[in-house]
Design a protein around this ligand. Structure first.
Ligand code: 13P
Length: 250
């Protein structure tokens, strides 16, 4: 029912020379058993899409909520789509922190992305202080309520649970903690959109996913794949994570 998805978020990394990593990935996974997505910087979307063919999907890392207009430096969902993207990451904690994006901003961007025919990957997750205060579930539930627009096509929505304290730190929640948050996300979606629609939304885990921990994380119920930062920059590491997802329980 849900096609597994492994997404690489290159963040502000990557020049033309980095496309060699994509060539190596395509050579290793010409017809992957799961969906493989790379979200490079916007400057590389067009070249990456041309290079990756059908083996790898390409996504943006953010979009503006408006379709066009006087917004110097911004990119619309339609522009991403026009450049060859099929997905867009929205509400990443780095954008929520660096650019003060609110749940309402993320919700508007997600609606705009879906209007443009893109799959919206909406990122959620508590800070370390919020987890220590016992508020992780409440924070994530609030972000699901605030960041997911009405009337979604469940096939065009992906939620990525990325605890802020796990990003780039080498630390991850326990498997039980990941399972608890993913079950909560599924339940929040079901309460709002119905069980059938909720069952079609893919839920990713992100935050220090590496070749060494990917298989264990992919075996957690309601984990449909991963959003990978640092380990997506090197073909060998990302390839091992793809292989782990291909071998994960259905
Ligand atoms: P790391 O995999 O480097 O921890 O980054 C996770 C992330 O932020 C993906 O969006």
């Amino acid at each position: 029912m849900r096609r597994k998805l492994v997404a690489g978020n290159w963040k502000m990394n990557g020049l033309g020379a980095s496309l060699a990593e994509v060539d190596a990935l395509v050579a290793a996974h010409p017809a992957p058993a799961c969906e493989v997505l790379i979200c490079p910087p916007a400057t590389l979307i067009h070249r990456l899409a041309a290079r990756a063919g059908s083996a790898i999907s390409v996504g943006g890392q953010d979009c503006h909520a408006a379709a066009s207009g006087a917004h110097t430096g911004d990119i619309s969902a339609l522009m991403l789509q026009d450049a060859g993207a099929s997905h867009v990451i929205l509400g990443h904690s780095e954008r929520r922190a660096d650019h003060h994006e609110t749940d309402a901003d993320v919700r508007a961007k997600a609606a705009s992305a879906m209007d443009a025919g893109l799959v919206a990957i909406v990122c959620l997750g508590e800070t370390g202080a919020e987890r220590d205060a016992g508020r992780a579930l409440a924070v994530v539930a609030g972000q699901v309520a605030g960041s997911v627009p009405e009337g979604v096509n469940p096939g065009a929505l992906v939620l990525a649970y990325e605890p802020v304290w796990a990003i780039g730190t080498g630390r991850t929640p326990t498997l039980a903690e990941i399972a608890e948050v993913h079950a909560l996300m599924r339940a929040e979606l079901a309460a709002r959109f119905g069980a059938d629609a909720a069952a079609r939304v893919r839920l990713l885990y992100g935050g220090s996913v590496k070749p060494g921990n990917a298989a264990a994380i992919f075996a957690v119920p309601d984990v449909d794949g991963a959003l990978v930062g640092g380990a997506s920059l090197k073909a060998a590491d990302f390839s091992a994570i793809i292989a782990a997802l291909e071998g994960a329980p259905a």
